[in-house]
Design a protein around this ligand. Structure first.
Ligand code: TRP
Length: 341
């Protein structure tokens, strides 16, 4: 009798002790990484808001890379992360409203593609983490205090061009060229910075340099016509306004056989002659991975240095070279990725 009365109590005590041990154990097993995971804290999948400045092949490629980088790090769109992409179509007032929308949608982390989008979004929040996707120079754009120690809610990836290598290549391919013209938009801080950098690099190579800044996309055709008469070749920085109108630029420049040395692979594919450029997709992948680290609580923007790619790949558009009657030296071709065959 005594035994059978005690049994249920003993079993109950055992169950409680075991359940308690299991609970504590499972909590203890969680790594510190998971415990600060912004997503699992409330049981929802995390939300990433993306603001893209405009559509052109380079920025679209960066976005594709961002999604791949996030997926590689465990965040697959629609399954383990909710990605919301808004495209400002180069319209300042749209960028401002879209920034507000992304913030009111409670994004856990925000991503910006291109400088004007970054500046619009940075204006709206000092607390939600922002990851920069391919921003030429975050410091001169007023986004971070320094690339090493950003200090605020912003970090990310810079696509600063390897301008010295680009000028090496330009002078190798166009040995008779004396004057280079830089075509860019005066409204983009990223281009203003790069124009200054490449001017210095070109002058060190013995070239004369002139700046041709357009106030908007409307003046591009006329400006390229002027340049075609005044320069031996056209250089284009990572300028969104020009990248968006690349087809027009190539058409106009081709009329006078004026070569174009752009700053990225995608612009060579669009009809530029050649460059040493950073792979746009890879820029996106890195941006996605940095975003994942912030989502996991592994890093914080204030103390995460801006990542800079310091080398690029040589890329040559063979069809353009033929059209312009330019023979690309063998040693350049050997290491180059060839497009437009
Ligand atoms: N670096 C540009 C910016 O800061 C964005 C950009 C990335 C870009 N890749 C490009 C612009 C290629 C033109 C072409 O805004």
């Amino acid at each position: 009798m005594k035994k059978s009365k005690l049994m249920p109590i003993i079993i109950l005590v055992l169950v409680v002790v075991l359940a308690g041990a299991y609970f504590v154990g499972s909590k203890g097993n969680k790594s510190s990484e998971e415990s600060t995971d912004q997503s699992s804290a409330n049981g929802k999948i995390p939300k990433v808001g993306v603001l893209q400045y405009v559509s052109h092949p380079a920025l679209d490629e960066i976005y594709r890379g961002i999604k791949a980088g996030l997926k590689k790090s465990g965040y697959e769109d629609g399954k383990t992360v909710d990605i919301e992409l808004l495209n400002g179509q180069a319209d300042q007032s749209k960028l401002a409203t879209m920034s507000q929308q992304l913030i009111s949608d409670d994004s856990d982390v925000l991503i910006v593609i291109a400088t004007p989008a970054a500046q619009a979004l940075a204006n709206e929040t000092k607390s939600v983490p922002i990851v920069l996707g391919a921003i030429t120079d975050p410091v001169s754009a007023g986004l971070v205090k320094s690339n090493k120690k950003p200090g605020g809610n912003i970090t990310g990836v810079s696509d600063k061009s390897p301008v010295a290598a680009q000028m090496d290549l330009a002078t190798k391919i166009l040995p008779d060229a004396k004057k280079m013209g830089i075509l860019y938009s005066s409204a983009e801080d990223n281009s203003d910075y790069q124009a200054k950098q490449v001017k210095k690099a070109a002058e060190e190579k013995g070239l004369t340099v002139a700046l041709y800044a357009v106030p908007s996309a409307n003046e591009i055709t006329q400006m390229v016509q002027v340049m075609a008469n005044e320069v031996d070749f056209i250089y284009i920085p990572t300028d969104n306004t020009i990248a968006n109108a690349m087809q027009t630029v190539v058409e106009v420049a081709n009329k006078t056989n004026t070569p174009i040395i752009p700053s990225v692979d995608t612009m060579v594919e669009q009809g530029g002659l050649a460059t040493v450029g950073i792979n746009q997709y890879k820029l996106g992948v890195k941006t996605g991975q940095m975003t994942a680290d912030i989502l996991k609580g592994k890093s914080k923007p204030a103390t995460t240095p801006v990542y800079t790619f310091d080398s690029g790949d040589v890329i040559v558009n063979e069809k353009q070279a033929e059209k312009l009657g330019i023979t690309i030296p063998e040693d350049v071709l050997k290491e180059a990725k060839i497009v437009g065959e």
